[in-house]
Design a protein around this ligand. Structure first.
Ligand code: ZN
Ligand code: ZN
Length: 218
């Protein structure tokens, strides 16, 4: 099993760097987007981003972020690329995303409790051989949630990762905390914001998870 992923986050509707990473996008098996696709840009903004990305690669899986409203989420669902509360299997890997119900997405939808988020995630990954979790907010208390010397991630995301033990957990949100870390068996990746040219190349294989953090020039 070998899967090549491009991990994007915090696009904020800024697509200046896309041409510079076009070849990487074309070569990927799937593009994961960990939220903040738009900057309060709604459905129109989300459509622009997704259509531009699809020029390079049509395999896209995404969760919304706190700068994306419910209309962005609805667009992702209608296009069949939403990972929120949904699983997609590729080879031996199960991709799933949870934001609602975790504190990472109170802005997106406030009517879900954390308990719903946990239950949803557990049902998503039932019988998964190798799980990849996509959330917007990173796990609390790690290298990928550090901002100005303090941790600003989600305790609920962290608890979920500790419970599910995915092979990979990708997130964004803390723009200045691009990096990787480990939480138990899980490799954590915050690629950094694409609006500043940041992205990550991740290879999943039987040998493990290999992460390369990259930065494009305009
Ligand atoms: Zn952001
Ligand atoms: Zn955010």
């Amino acid at each position: 099993m070998v899967l090549q992923l491009i991990v994007l986050a915090d696009i904020h509707s800024d697509l200046r760097f896309l041409p510079a990473i076009g070849e990487k996008l074309i070569a990927a098996d799937v593009i994961l987007i960990a939220g903040d696709i738009t900057h309060f840009g709604g459905r129109t903004g989300a459509r622009q981003v997704v259509e531009e990305l699809r020029i390079y690669n049509r395999e896209i899986l995404a969760v919304p972020g706190n700068c994306d409203g419910v209309d962005v989420e609805r667009f992702l669902i209608a296009e069949g690329i939403s990972l929120q509360g949904r699983r997609v299997d590729m080879q031996d890997v199960t991709f799933g995303g949870v934001c609602h119900g975790l504190d990472c997405a109170k802005v997106v939808r406030e009517d879900k409790s954390a308990r719903d988020g946990y239950e949803l995630a557990e049902s998503l990954f039932r019988d998964a051989r190798q799980a990849v979790l996509v959330t917007h907010q990173p796990a609390y208390g790690t290298k990928v949630d550090l901002t100005h010397g303090h941790h600003a991630g989600s305790r609920e995301t962290r608890a979920l990762i500790e419970r599910l033990e995915p092979i990979l957990a990708v997130s964004g949100h803390i723009h200045e905390a691009a990096g990787t870390d480990r939480l138990g068996k899980t490799v954590l990746v915050n690629p950094g914001p694409l609006c500043r040219g940041c992205y990550a190349n991740v290879e999943l294989s039987d040998d493990g998870v290999y992460v390369k953090l990259c930065r494009a020039n305009k």
